[in-house]
Design a protein around this ligand. Sequence first.
Ligand code: BG6
Length: 490
Amino acid sequence: RTTENQLLVIFGASGDLTARKLVPALYKLYQEKHLPEHFAVLGVARSFMTDEQFRKRVALESKHIKDSDEFIAQFSEKLFYQDLGDSYDVSYMELNERLQDLNTAYQTDNNFIFYLSTPPSLFEPIAKNLTAQGLNDEREGWKRLIIEKPFGYSLDTAQSLNNDLHRYFKEKQIYRIDHYLGKETVQNILVTRFANSIFEPLWNRSYIHHVEITNAESDGVESRGGYYDKSGALRDMFQSHLLQLVALIVMEPPLSADPEEIRNEKLKALKSLRLMTDPEVLEQNTIRGQYLASEIDGERVNGYREEEDVDPDSTTETYAAVKFYVDNWRWADVPFYVRTAKRMPTKVTEVVIHFKSPHHQIFKNSNINKDNKLVIRIQPDEGILVKFGVKVPGQGFKVERGNLDFYYSSLGDTHIMEAYERLLLDAMQGDATLYARADEVEAAWRFTDPILEYWKEGNARIYGYSAGVWGPEHADELIEGKGQWRNPGA
Ligand code: BG6
């Protein structure tokens, strides 16, 4: 694939994401020679900064880069900045002029990407203002819009955001980021399933007992209390990243690796999740929790309600666990258990496929803990682990668990692209495979909405858990009868 000459405009350029993720990702692409010959970045935000101040702000120098100062400077010279001021219409005219100047100076062929890393309330006004300047028009050069999360706050808001954006840009111009799709190990789910003949024949209700997905973070909400308190774990992680993982596990084989084929199958998967609307069902199948103050390694850590910008009476969840079913031919009656939380003992994301016991037990000392498992380690220690029974040497047939373990790190020096690197490069090349389509995002909200509604009404209890443990004890009951949560590293 080729990367055509282009200009990348980042809205919200004074924010954290630009300095922490986007500019370092672009630098890496530059280092690896993935950027086109003619390329420039224009950072845009409300506050005033010179180009030089912007270059300092993203501070590549401090990022432990080993390249020469000259090489880093060559890259930095491609970075520019434009303030939008407060009066939108006037400043968009200036913005357009600046864009045209840079486009001429850097020969970027009228190919523009607009990356919206702003609060969601600005997505629509920005798209509208760009359109007023003719910057959605693809007669000369292409125009693409990348939208950061959160994409909506509910099904309604996601639908109206989609409608708003579609008024100005065509769906094929819109790239909705879900950075989990940029992770190598997440993409590898497709390869594991569809480039091997040893897993897919077993990938169904006849052989799979249940599926478990854990996403744990050891950090609390840090400085993002203001955002997080209005969002919570279900919106922040489950509706987006985790349901994308579910879609990749659940989907049928696509006809080809074509973006639309893959996204069509993911959409079907998300539509097949059984909606939970009955309060009793919601009560039995969802659990929410909130971390309490506690001591970790002799140091006191704040409870969620004590965090900066968090309401002291907040009932926002920092832990969410959901059990659900997938109503289709392949998955009927196979329970899925998905949990996500902050302030867990460790940072880890993994998918575990628990296989059924052999239907006839010859070796009497086998038990459910010895059943086959396929563990897809999304992060850290990226890799894949197959657990299977082996004979313990000696008399009789004692069965123990053996491991077949693949680590990505064993591939040697291959550079594993960071999620943002991969996603930026894909958008630069016009490949939307790893971006969420409008209908996918809406299907994920359709499933999440009734849970949020039920929780909002204050029906569901919110369980406290000490920071540094695997969530509320009550969550064990959710999975009981099917085994227990696999707590990685515990
Ligand atoms: C973000 C969430 O989308 O993903 C954060 O808003 C979360 O709350 C982060 O910490 C987790 O991403 P990763 O790549 O560190 O697992």
